[in-house]
Every structure is written in C-alpha cells, then in structure tokens.
Design a protein around this ligand. Structure first.
Ligand SMILES: [Zn+2]
Length: 206
C-alpha cells in the first residue's frame, strides 16, 4: 500500500549545489582589486585571487554537505539527564558582508530513551552549518532544528556567542562586542526551570 508518510518528508532537503567555481571567484577578486585602484598583476597580488577563491571555498564547504549525516545516535545508553557541550569553536561567514564571524557554540539537550550523540558529532554538526554563508540567528536555529529532528530528544537549546568582524572592525569599533543568540525547543521551551538550569550551566552562573 502506498503511503504518504515517510520519515524523510519531514526534513527540508539540502539543495543540490554545483561545485565551487574557483576561476569565477578569482575573476571577482581581480575586479575588487581593480576597483580598489590596485594592479592585480603586481607580484604581491598575482596569486591573491586564487588564494582568496580557495579560502572562500573552504569557509563555505558546509554548503555542499548534509549536516543530518552527523546526527547518528549512539546505541544502548540509558542516559536521560541533561547533556551540555560547551565552547564548541565556530567560524562562519556573515552573508551580508562576506566577513567572518567567530565564537563559541553551546549545545544542551535532554535525551529521550537514551539516545545521545557523540561530542565529535555535535561539533561536526555545528561546523557544517558554520561553514556556510550565514546569519548568526539562522545558524543557531539550524543547529537546534537539525538536532531536534534527528535525535528526537525531549528538548534542545543552542546558544551562540560570536564577534562579527563586519561590526568589530568597522564604524564605531567595538572590538569586544559579542552577539548572543539562542534557540530553544521542546522541553526547554515549556519548562522555564529546566531552561534556566541549562542557561546557568552554559554561562557558568548559578
Ligand atoms: Zn555582517
């Protein structure tokens, strides 16, 4: 019998992206250099377009990966207490300025039926979503939603603290300014006490 319900239907499919066109990025970088009044042929700049293209390809490698691959629960555990992984380093790229933002990602979740995720998988999940053109808000909810859908825990909370170079290097320079975003799902959303407990553990305040 045909059924309309399949588990995969509930997840947003990853777009099929073409491979990175390094030559095209390099052409664009050459135009930026010309726009700055530079000579892209001078020795110091000759290899710059190619280098920048390779750097952008690396910093956006997560656009061509499926983050759901990293949500593979470890079998056979009976752990049902809150799990918190703090200080996962992230480096992402602000899609408004193509400038990096770097910081820390903290992930808390309450397992259901003992389903937990290895710490390296959590870090890979955060990395895959970071290595894309991003907004910090979307990065935060992407990580939380994917974990919530894949692991089916009781609750998920993701907090990201990051410094945006598009902000810290320009205008009124606020070198230490950090943006904090959070995404709260499931039990963390419905139970303020659990949420407060997780937040206290994440921020180190009681
Ligand atoms: Zn920006």
């Amino acid at each position: 019998m045909a059924t309309k319900f399949s588990k995969d239907d509930q997840m947003t499919p990853e777009p099929d992206r073409p491979p990175v066109d390094l030559d095209r990025i390099a052409d664009g970088v050459r135009m930026i250099l010309e726009g700055l009044g530079e000579d892209p042929q001078r020795p110091g700049l000759k290899e710059t377009p190619r280098r920048v293209a390779e750097m952008y390809a690396e910093l956006t490698s997560g656009m061509r990966e499926d983050p759901r691959e990293h949500v593979v629960p470890l079998p056979g555990d009976k752990h049902d207490e809150m799990v918190i992984v703090k200080d996962i380093s992230i480096a992402s790229m602000c899609e408004h300025h193509l400038a990096p933002f770097v910081g820390k990602c903290h992930i808390a979740y309450i397992p259901r039926e003992g389903r937990i995720l290895g710490i390296s998988k959590l870090a890979r999940l955060a990395e895959t979503f970071s290595r894309r053109l991003q907004l910090q808000e979307r990065l935060t909810t992407d990580i939380a939603n994917t974990l919530f859908e894949g692991l089916k825990p009781i609750g998920v909370m993701v907090v990201i603290e990051a410094a945006h170079t598009c902000m810290t290097l320009r205008g009124v320079r606020k070198a230490d300014a950090k943006t904090v975003t959070s995404a709260v799902l499931g039990g963390f959303r419905t139970d303020p006490r659990t949420r407060a407990e997780a937040m206290a553990l994440i921020t180190g305040r009681e």
